[in-house]
Design a protein around this ligand. Structure first.
Ligand SMILES: [Zn+2]
Length: 339
């Protein structure tokens, strides 16, 4: 009984459909097309981490196959309990399942020389040697696949890639009234799936990021702080609005302080009689005051729009205050005795 894994990537919504058929007949594959499970890239990345970080189940599996080979003509190994235990401890994991399936299929194929030897007598005499050969081949397969599967490069454009080449076969097309369903076949270890996602990761320069809101890991571009869940996107939007409001208040405070300062000097000129006796000069002052107020307004709007700090506005305000003060004092000085 052979397992076939098929998948389809939906790049725009960053998801992938995966299905496994338990026997490799055409009907079974088409049945699998209808029973695909959808994973987001983020989900797959998190499952991949769990798989790579927990090597105990993998070591146990390795030992178990090794001893199963030594018993008589080798025995069939059921993986149901292993998979159940993994799920109970770490949650459902498509990589663990795929890996175990793939290794068991390799094991069943290889131990065939022990089960059904061409020459029973030689097989009996050389049993130990044949077992060793099978065992070595199996262990090599187990280790190689595990190492390839656990590369960091699939989910980070900054990691170096391993060299490997596999040629999974078929394309499965199941068109219905509504859509074309084009699936590709993956090896059961999902190296094909990982490599396809890796291709997108490297092209889009994605890497593993941590969400600042739910603290989960997700695939994003360097420095991205919000994952793709609706809750976190909403939380980020609200935080932005709060920051915006807070900043707006700060800008307004700077502006208000400036306006009050300028009003004091206008009052000084009025009290000095300049408005009354030297209207041209007074208009000059009013115009200088207005030009600077407009410039302050303009800068305030630009800073708020770009979410920039108030520093620049504070600096400009200080410069304008000094200019207005100098202008007003100069006029009072000039006209004081002539009033
Ligand atoms: Zn989040």
């Amino acid at each position: 009984m052979e397992t076939t894994t098929i998948y389809r990537i939906n790049e725009t919504d960053r998801t992938i459909n995966i299905a496994q058929s338990v026997n490799d007949s055409d009907e079974s594959i088409h049945g699998a097309v209808l029973n695909t499970r959808t994973f987001t890239f983020d989900e797959l990345m998190n499952q991949h981490r769990v798989f790579c970080e927990h090597t105990e189940p993998y070591d146990a599996f390795r030992d178990r196959l090794h001893s199963a080979l030594r018993i008589g003509r080798s025995i069939e190994v059921s993986t149901e309990d292993m998979i159940a235990r993994f799920i109970a401890e770490y949650g459902k994991n498509i990589f663990f399942r795929g890996y175990v399936t793939s290794v068991i299929e390799f094991y069943d194929k290889e131990r065939y020389v022990l089960l059904k030897p061409n020459d029973v007598v030689i097989a009996k005499l050389d049993k130990r040697k044949i077992q060793d050969e099978v065992s070595q081949k199996l262990m090599e397969y187990i280790d190689r696949q595990f190492t390839l599967m656990c590369s960091d490069a699939y989910f980070s454009h900054k990691a170096n890639m391993e060299h490997f080449m596999i040629q999974p076969g078929r394309t499965i097309i199941a068109a219905d009234n509504y859509t074309f369903n084009v699936f590709h076949e993956s090896d059961n270890c999902l190296l094909t799936v990982l490599a396809e996602i890796g291709q997108l990761v490297h092209r889009n320069k994605w890497t593993v990021c941590q969400c600042g809101f739910c603290h989960k890991l997700f695939l994003g571009t360097e420095g991205e702080v919000c994952c793709h869940s609706a809750e976190c996107i909403e939380a980020q939007k609200q935080q932005k609005e709060a920051i915006y409001k807070e900043n707006t208040k700060e800008y307004s405070d700077v502006k208000r302080d400036y306006d009050a300062y300028v009003r004091r000097y206008k009052k000084m000129l009025v009290e000095a009689g300049i408005e009354k006796y030297h209207p041209t000069e007074f208009d000059e002052f009013m115009q200088a005051k207005q030009e600077r107020m407009d410039a302050m307004d303009k800068l305030k709007r630009r800073l708020i729009r770009n979410g920039l700090p108030t520093t620049e506005l504070i600096d400009l305000s200080a410069k304008f205050k000094a200019e207005i003060k100098a202008l007003a004092e100069e006029m009072v000085e000039r006209f004081w005795r002539k009033v």
